[in-house]
Structures are given as structure tokens and as C-alpha cells.
Design a protein around this ligand. Structure first.
Ligand code: IYR
Length: 223
């Protein structure tokens, strides 16, 4: 193998528990994660948002291009503008764009065009995918496996949010171009997901959904 970058010794992460116990504990913690649509306005310190975004930024990416930008929004005027624009797109979705089958699939969630959480949650994190590498010291400006890379980073962001005791929602108003405009982002950054972050409202409820059983999602080849 040829490499132009020097390699360093890898320092393994050693959990405090044996792998079976560490993985079971994490599995139980993740079982508690839910998408939440009812937020409290309880503040979340900026340092928490910095930590969870930095954690997301440890994700692997095609050729280590790290093709993501996380825009954290807390000022009420910007949140209000995002809510107004998102609700306009959602109104079109629920009134015209979604077909009957899609609306039937969404019925158990109880969603509609009203998105008050976009103003109530103390932070919105808008994830952008970068279709060009804009670091001045890069040899090339190509990026690779953008959706995979940003999807993995976003999964890690959701996990970091959950492990901090906070809640979130992967919100996808569609189309999302309004986010570029409101947030003044350049054309090579494309909106990917809108993620409110905060604490749940005291009377927060979630739909009674179930997760697929392990034997539905896992196949051990050769068993
Ligand atoms: N973006 C809309 C509709 C919606 C679509 C899917 I697929 C969901 O899983 C949930 C909602 C909304 O946010 O209401």
C-alpha cells in the first residue's frame, strides 16, 4: 500500500465493561431514543451544542473530505423565519404534493403543517451537505459519497443529542432551499436535514410505534 500521509499508532478505545455488557448497555440506551415533536423552551447551553456537533464531525467520510456543515441557530427572529418558510412548504405538501398512500403512512404520527417546535426548541441545527471541498489547503475540490458521509455524521449527531439527555427530530420540509437563503449559505452547501434540539415538553407524548425485531433486521449468513 502506498500512502503519502504519515501513519501513527492507533490508540484503541477500551470500554469500562466487557464488550457484551458495554454493547447491551448502549443498546438499552438507544432503545429509549424517540423522535420528539413537543419541545420545552428550556435553554441548552451553547457548549452542549458545540460538543454534539464536534462529536458528529468525527464521522468517517469519503476520502476524509468531511463534506458537512452544521449551522446552529438560536436567535428567535431566524427561527421564526425558518418556521414560516417551512410551514409554507408543509402546507403545500399536506394539501397537494403528498399522495393518498403517503398521507396514510403518516397518519399514525399525527403530523400536519404546523411546526411550532421550530420556534420553541432553543436550537435548530441545519445540516448542509457540501458538494465541493472549499478548504483553501485542499489539493482538489472533489467530494465523495456525500450522502453516505453526511448521513453517518447526522446519525452520530442524533446519538450525541440523545446521550446528552436531549431530544430531537429529523425534520424534512421539502424542498429545503429556503434554508440556504435564510441562513445565507453558499450554493455548494445544500440543505440536508433540519434538526431542532432541546428538552421535551413536560406533557410530551410520542406515537405508539414499535421497532422491528432483531430477527427482522439481522440475517446471519450461513445459519
Ligand atoms: N415533512 C412533513 C411530512 C413528513 C414526512 C415523513 I416521510 C415523515 O416521516 C414525517 C413527516 C412533516 O414534517 O410534517
Amino acid at each position: 500500500m502506498t500512502s503519502t500521509a504519515p501513519h501513527l499508532p492507533y490508540r484503541p478505545y477500551v470500554p469500562e465493561l466487557p464488550a457484551e455488557d458495554a454493547s447491551r448497555r448502549f443498546r438499552e440506551v438507544m432503545q429509549q431514543r424517540r423522535s420528539v415533536r413537543f419541545f420545552s423552551d428550556r435553554p441548552v447551553p451553547r457548549a452542549v451544542i458545540e460538543n454534539i456537533i464536534a462529536a458528529a464531525g468525527t464521522a468517517p467520510s469519503g476520502a476524509n473530505k468531511q463534506p458537512w456543515r452544521f449551522v446552529a441557530v438560536q436567535d428567535p427572529a431566524t427561527k421564526k423565519a425558518i418556521r414560516a418558510a417551512a410551514e409554507e412548504e408543509e402546507r403545500a405538501f399536506y394539501e397537494r404534493r403528498a399522495n393518498e398512500e403517503w398521507l396514510r403512512d403518516l397518519a399514525p404520527l399525527g403530523t400536519d403543517e404546523h411546526k411550532p417546535f421550530l420556534e420553541i426548541a432553543p436550537w435548530l441545527i441545519v445540516v448542509f451537505k457540501m458538494v465541493r471541498d472549499d478548504r483553501p489547503d485542499s489539493d482538489t475540490d472533489q467530494v465523495y459519497y456525500i450522502n453516505e458521509s453526511v448521513g453517518i455524521a447526522t446519525g452520530m449527531l442524533l446519538t450525541a443529542i440523545h446521550l446528552a439527555g436531549l431530544v430531537t427530530l429529523t425534520h424534512t420540509p421539502s424542498p429545503m432551499k429556503f434554508l440556504s437563503k435564510i441562513l445565507g449559505r453558499p450554493p455548494h452547501e445544500r440543505p440536508y436535514l433540519l434538526i431542532p434540539v432541546g428538552y421535551p415538553a413536560e406533557d410530551c407524548t410520542v406515537p405508539n410505534l414499535s421497532r422491528k425485531a432483531l430477527d427482522e433486521i439481522m440475517v446471519v449468513h450461513g445459519d
